[in-house]
Design a protein around this ligand. Sequence first.
Ligand code: FCB
Length: 447
Amino acid sequence: MPDRFDLPAGFRWGVATAAYQIEGAVAEDGRGPSVWDTFVARPGAVRDGHTGAVACDHYHRYPEDIALMKGLGLDGYRFSISWPRVLPTGAGAVNPAGLAFYDRLVDALLDAGITPLPTLFHWDLPQALEDRGGWLDRDTAYRFADYTAVVADRLGDRVPAWITLNEPFVHTVFGYALGTHAPGRALMFEALPAAHHQLLAHGLAAAVLHERGLDVMLSNNLTPVEPATPAPADLAAAAAYDALHNRLFTDPVLLGRYPDLSALGVPDDIYGAVRPGDLDLVHTPGLDGLGVNFYNPTRIAAPTDPGLLPFDLVDIPDVPHTAFGWPVVPDALRQLLVHLHELYGKSLPPLTITENGCSVEESTDPDHPRIDYLSAHLDALARAAAEGVDIRGYYTWSLLDNFEWAEGYHQRFGLVHVDFDTQRRTPRASYAWYRDLITAYRGRNER
Ligand code: FCB
């Protein structure tokens, strides 16, 4: 059986983070407020009232964090650029100090031999744009393309590949359908215009990046969907959920069309959001790579109350669960990748795992659940590669413990422990394990 040491030659090793989760410095050097700054101030929105105001203080401590990455021997670092740090009101005037921060970060990464892989949008929309409708407003897509041009013009000479959006599925569903993430809107299926406008933003930004000779990727949270039983009602519910979670985002980008959303009761034009020509804008620029964020598979049953939703999410018993309560099923990653390969065929660009990892209780020392999780998922990745899937790299989530959205600082995903009172960083056992894995992989593959 192939294992992680058999991953293809030239495979790229990395870690991933996101701006609001690590930077802090939310009111420094001219940064404007984002929807997350607003959301965390809402009573009850985030566990224990935690906020990202300081987070890992990475804005000031990035040299120390890059030294930690260098110690791992990474090829690449996936981080996100805070739109409101660069354009405090989302559009118009550029904040030179904000751009200068990312300029320093990129140079420091390159000095450490690490290729920067920026994400342009990881959920921290400028509040000024939210005040005009946020992703429910089509204009936000055009503002995103303008912002992309500003950043690409500054960093494109040193940054070869870019990720436009992070997880439009999670942002749409948690942020706009359920309201458990910023901006906290609970529109149920009427949230889906926010998905269309993010896809439009992706397409417009992809064209901007390609015009500058830069590579484009899109990262979504993807999950293999399994019916609870082979009964037709469970199969239909699973197909409806798959359309919403996975295909709503990959079909337009890779195939230029939306999947059938009728089982969700969503009109073909997504409540009037889809205009003639939009799908060409989304699809035609093409993708140089698809970013796959994978945490767990999803089991779906027919709804107990069909008036509410056309599916029920059910737990997967008899498997380990992470501290977050997510089921651990490593082979589901292989299944997902092989399924993508079969479903999209030649339309599927090379894949990169842009997030994968698990939260572990702070008291777990050494952090064996994390090492077990990562090694089993990398083995599953190697099996998918052996089955013919083109996989180019793996960015584990995350370098540091950080602000885990509505969970605040309660979920710890880091290879490096962070003491949020002192900002002291302490590499965990999984840090040494990942470093040794990268070294051993290179020893076997790059002789
Ligand atoms: C993903 C997010 C990332 C992080 C991990 C645990 O959905 O993209 O920011 O929160 O989950």
